[in-house]
Ligand binder design. Structure first.
Ligand code: XIL
Length: 333
């Protein structure tokens, strides 16, 4: 479809992106991507297991072609992600004797050294080609008394892994926007825990430029008002905000499963995209990019998460045709 409006021509307040694999830069996928979007996020290619599978052995085979495509097509790149508890090889959390790390001073030094080495290499490899980094991903757990996720990162270093990650990223990529990214930030307890962490670390001088809201939502949750409260919460901090991984599941809970997306769900989804994009555009002063977690429904992580079933959370269908959700974005009347 080359006769329909380009998203990039309609939504001009901020870059609009999609998470992609290298395969999605090719053929008709690549054409669709460059036609409508102004930014990309490698969905997996920059995660630790892809870039440093063995200690101090770096591989950019997955990410380099994707970033070359982005440069050639004038797309911004969001780097995702330097530090996470998932998709991180086991060696990172293994002590000098080959056992799982426990909280000792020696392991703290070893883990922070590995973290620093990782960021120095990966961020330096891309330099200014990556204008924004999700420096740390999903560090909040609002069910904990201090709001921090009980990962090995936390067990061994407490907050020092976050301090080190942002400080080293700033040094190596001084022009990049440095983001702390998380999901369910519309949930008040989670939002408040994230706010408290960012306020505390920024007061210490840790260079956190912004908050990333993943926005993995569904057709019935959350409301626009709850999402607006999420954005409002961070305004007093003076940080930038980005929508980093948006998708809108057609399912309301884990028990549902449809062989094909029902028309009423696709319509409900179109209204969610319409209303959420309108909200983000009203907040263009705070929001500096909006990224969808996928290009089209033929490749979405929600097909296997949280359960295996066909989902349809994006703007284009499995045949790459524009869905009602697309029209919700480009023709919000
Ligand atoms: C997902 C990818 O899309 C999948 O391909 C992979 O198997 C698992 O990770 N939050 C994040 C992303 O920050 O990195 C996740 O991406 C989706 C949830």
């Amino acid at each position: 479809q080359t006769d329909i409006p380009r998203i990039r021509d309609v939504v001009t307040e901020f870059p609009v992106g999609a998470a992609i694999t290298a395969a999605e830069t090719l053929g008709v996928h690549g054409e669709l991507l460059a036609r409508h979007f102004t930014s990309v996020t490698p969905g997996n290619a920059l995660k630790w297991d892809a870039t440093e599978p063995a200690e101090n052995s770096f591989s950019y085979a997955q990410a380099d072609p994707l970033i070359a495509y982005a440069k050639a097509n004038d797309l911004a790149v969001r780097g995702h992600t330097l530090v996470w508890h998932n998709q991180t090889p086991a060696w990172v959390f293994t002590d000098a004797a080959g056992a799982p790390m426990t909280a000792t001073a020696e392991n703290r030094a070893l883990l922070l050294a590995r973290l620093e080495n990782h960021i120095r290499n990966v961020a330096a490899h891309y330099g200014d080609d990556i204008a924004t980094w999700d420096v740390v991903n999903e560090v909040i757990d609002e069910s904990q008394p201090d709001g921090m996720r009980r990962s090995t990162w936390y067990a061994v270093t407490r907050l020092d892994y976050i301090r080190t990650a942002f400080t080293v990223a700033r040094e190596v990529a001084p022009h990049a926007k440095l983001i702390i990214n998380d999901y369910n930030t519309n949930v008040p307890a989670k939002r408040d825990a994230l706010f408290n962490l960012v306020a505390k670390l920024r007061a210490e001088g840790i260079p956190i430029d912004g908050v990333g809201h993943q926005v993995h939502i569904n057709i019935g949750w959350p409301t626009v008002a709850e999402t607006e409260a999420m954005l409002q919460k961070f305004v007093p901090l003076g940080v930038t905000q980005q929508i980093t991984e948006m998708d809108v599941s057609i399912y309301r809970d884990n028990s549902e499963s449809f062989p094909a997306p029902p028309a009423d769900r696709l319509l409900a989804q179109a209204y969610v995209y319409r209303d959420m994009l309108a909200l983000f555009r009203r907040h263009a002063g705070e929001i500096t990019s909006v990224t969808l977690w996928g290009l089209a429904d033929d490749n979405t992580w929600l097909d296997t998460f949280p359960v295996t079933r066909k989902d349809a959370p994006l703007l284009f269908d499995t045949m790459l045709q524009a869905k009602p959700a697309y029209w919700g974005v480009v023709d919000p009347s």
